[in-house]
Design a protein around this ligand. Sequence first.
Ligand code: FE
Length: 199
Amino acid sequence: MPVDTMQADHSQRAAASVWRGFVQAFERLLDERPAEPAILDRGGRLLAELVKCDDWLPPAFARPDPQRYRQVPLHRDAAGRFSVVSFVWGPGQATPIHDHTVWGLIGMLRGAEYSQGYRYTGPSQLVPAGLPLRLEPGQVEAVSPAIGDIHRVHNAFDDRVSISIHVYGADIGTVQRRSVYQADGSRQPFVSGYSQIDS
Ligand code: FE
């Protein structure tokens, strides 16, 4: 076997092993049925460890779509306890203001993104909560109904792709959520679904 093929093979095996180790560690964490703060703390450290190196994500999970950001499923727990999704942001792409209804962890893998939190000050008054948070590679942000669940996210760059890896406490593509499109607080139900995995 040519040396460069052997090296490619070796790095693919190493990447698969990093990824498998992450999923298994998360399964072991949830097997303990910890309370949400412990999931966010310990799970956040597992995710930080995963995204501190950008050498394991297969190219099929890293391709942007020129039309809109992609949500490519990496793992959906058989028992529905969690899911892991690769968010691929094309230049300048952004989400609407949205919520999650379950806990979520966002780990920056490549590029950078801004997350602006929002909160209700009345039944129909939605206001920004603090300053936007800029996530750099290796950093992790948490969301949940208990700690702040509404935000809008956008690629920090207008000229390159950014990628973040998200872990949610449900099969997130199937969760009934509320997308909050307007600063007047009006809500519209939505289910995000998943993007197709490119071959
Ligand atoms: Fe989000």
